[in-house]
Design a protein around this ligand. Structure first.
Ligand SMILES: NC(=O)c1ccc[n+]([C@@H]2O[C@H](COP(=O)([O-])OP(=O)(O)OC[C@H]3O[C@@H](n4cnc5c(N)ncnc54)[C@H](OP(=O)(O)O)[C@@H]3O)[C@@H](O)[C@H]2O)c1
Length: 378
C-alpha cells in the first residue's frame, strides 16, 4: 500500500508547473494483489484530474480495483465533473487517499464514495503530505508557496564584498534553476540584486511550462528604467502579466515627490505597481498577488530580501546550492541578513528534506514550518 501511494506521489510531482494553482495529484489503480493496472496525474489546471487520467488509462480494468490517490477525490462540478462520481461510475471497489481535501468547494469526496457503496479510507503518507503543502497553504492562508534558492560558498557567502556573484554555482545547478523558473507563477527578487546583477529573471534554454511574472521588492521605487527586468522577454511570454515587471513599492512614503515621480516613470514604462503593507510588509502584496493567481513564487535575491521574508515568517522552503569554495571575507554578502537574533534556541529550525549532488555542488533542500503546520486528516 505504502509503495503504491509513493508511486502516486511520484506521479503527482510530474504535474509541477502544469497543475498549479490546483494541487498536484497522482492516482494509481491497482488490483487486490497490489499489481498496478494504470496510473495518472493532474497534468494541467483545467484538464482532467488524476483520477480521471488513471481511469481513462485503466478502462474496463478499473472495475473491482483499488484507486490510490494522493488527495481526497473532489466532489464538485468544476471545470471537470466530480472525481468521486467518476470513480464510482467506473466501478472501483475501494479508494485510498493520503490527504483530506480542505477546500470547502471540493471536499466531501470520501463521504460521497461511501454513500455510493465504495470503501474509502484515509491512509496518511509523508510524500503526499509534502506535495499537498503548497495547495493547503493557499487554501488556508490565502498566500502563495514561497521557495527561495541561492548559491553560496561553503562559508555562506552569496556574493563577494564588491557584489560579484557570477557564477558561484556550476552549470548543472544553474540549469536546474532555469527549469524551476519555467514552472512557477512568479520569480521574486530584491532591488539590491537588480542594482547589482541586472538579472532578466526569465527561464532560458529549458522547456517552459509557464511563464513566470517577474517581481521586484523595491520599497523606494529605485528600479532603473533600463533594467533588464523591465524588458519584455524575447521568448514571447504566453502570460501577459509576465510582459513586464511587477514592482512592490512602499507607498506609505508617498509624500516625497521624487519618489512619486519614480513610481510614475516605472508605471509609464509598463511596470505593474503593487503596494507593500505598513512599514514595507511583504505579506499584503503576496496576498494580493495570490488573488491574481500567483500560487508559487521562487525567490532569487540577496540576503536583504531573504531576511525580510524570514522576519515575516513567509519563507516555506529553500534550495541552497553549496559551491566548493571558501570566500573567507568578513564583509562578503550573506544569504540572509537583518535579523540579529540573540538567543540561538529561539531561531526557527528548518527541516532538511534532501541532500543531493549537482555536478561539483551540493544541493540542500530545507523546509520551514509556516502558518500551516501539518496537513489535514479526515
Ligand atoms: N548567490 C546567489 O544565489 C545570489 C542571488 C541573488 C543575489 N545575489 C547577490 O546578492 C546581493 C544583493 O543582495 P541585497 O541583500 O543587497 O539585496 P536583495 O535582497 O536582492 O534586495 C533587497 C534589499 O536590497 C537592499 N538594497 C540594496 N541596495 C539598495 C538601494 N539602493 N535602495 C534600496 N534598497 C537597497 C535593501 O536592504 P536594506 O534595507 O538592508 O538596505 C533590501 O532589503 C548582490 O551582490 C547579488 O549579486 C546572490
Amino acid at each position: 500500500m505504502r509503495e503504491l501511494l509513493a508511486r502516486a506521489a511520484r506521479m503527482a510531482s510530474r504535474g509541477h508547473g502544469g497543475a498549479e494553482p490546483n494541487p498536484m495529484v497522482g492516482c494509481v489503480i491497482a488490483d487486490h494483489d497490489g499489481r498496478v493496472i494504470a496510473d495518472g496525474y493532474h497534468r494541467r489546471c483545467g484538464g482532467p484530474h488524476a483520477e480521471v487520467d488513471a481511469l481513462t488509462a485503466a478502462g474496463a480494468r478499473a472495475r473491482g480495483a483499488i484507486a490510490l490517490v494522493t488527495l481526497e477525490p473532489c466532489n464538485h462540478h468544476g471545470r471537470t465533473g466530480p472525481c468521486s462520481e467518476a470513480l464510482a461510475d467506473a466501478g472501483v471497489a475501494e479508494v485510498i487517499y493520503a490527504v483530506g481535501d480542505p477546500n470547502p468547494l471540493a471536499k466531501g469526496g470520501a463521504e460521497r464514495l461511501r454513500e455510493r457503496g465504495i470503501r474509502a479510507f484515509h491512509v496518511p503518507h509523508a510524500a503526499a503530505d509534502e506535495l499537498a503543502l503548497p495547495f493547503l497553504k493557499r487554501v488556508r492562508t490565502g498566500l502563495p508557496w514561497i521557495s527561495a534558492k541561492w548559491a553560496q560558498s561553503i562559508d555562506g557567502a552569496v556574493a563577494l564584498a564588491n557584489g560579484d556573484s557570477q557564477w558561484l554555482s556550476g552549470a548543472r545547478s544553474r540549469r536546474m534553476v532555469h527549469r524551476e523558473r519555467g514552472r512557477v507563477d512568479a520569480i521574486l527578487t530584491g532591488i539590491g540584486t537588480v542594482l547589482e546583477d541586472d538579472p532578466r529573471l526569465t527561464a532560458r534554454d529549458v522547456r517552459v511550462v509557464r511563464t513566470p511574472r517577474r517581481i521586484v521588492f523595491d520599497p523606494d521605487a529605485r528600479t532603473p528604467l533600463d533594467a533588464n527586468v523591465l524588458q519584455t522577454p524575447t521568448d514571447g511570454a504566453q502570460n501577459p502579466a509576465a510582459h513586464t515587471a511587477t514592482i512592490l513599492v512602499d507607498l506609505s512614503s508617498s509624500t516625497d515627490t521624487a519618489f512619486l515621480r519614480r513610481v510614475e516613470a516605472l508605471t509609464a514604462r509598463g511596470a505593474t505597481i503593487v503596494p507593500l503593507g505598513r512599514g514595507g510588509a511583504i505579506e499584503p502584496a503576496l496576498r494580493a498577488l495570490a488573488r491574481e493567481g500567483v500560487a508559487t513564487v521562487l525567490v532569487e535575491s540577496g540576503g536583504g530580501l531573504v531576511g525580510r521574508l524570514l522576519r515575516e515568517k513567509l519563507l516555506d522552503e529553500a534550495w541552497v546550492f553549496v559551491a566548493p569554495l571558501l570566500v573567507a571575507d568578513d564583509v562578503a554578502r550573506r544569504s540572509a541578513r537583518g535579523l540579529a537574533p540573540e538567543v540561538l534556541a529561539e531561531i526557527p529550525r528548518a527541516r532538511l528534506l534532501s541532500v543531493r549532488r549537482r555536478g561539483a555542488d551540493a544541493l540542500l533542500h530545507y523546509r520551514w514550518a509556516s502558518a500551516l503546520t501539518t496537513p489535514t486528516s479526515s
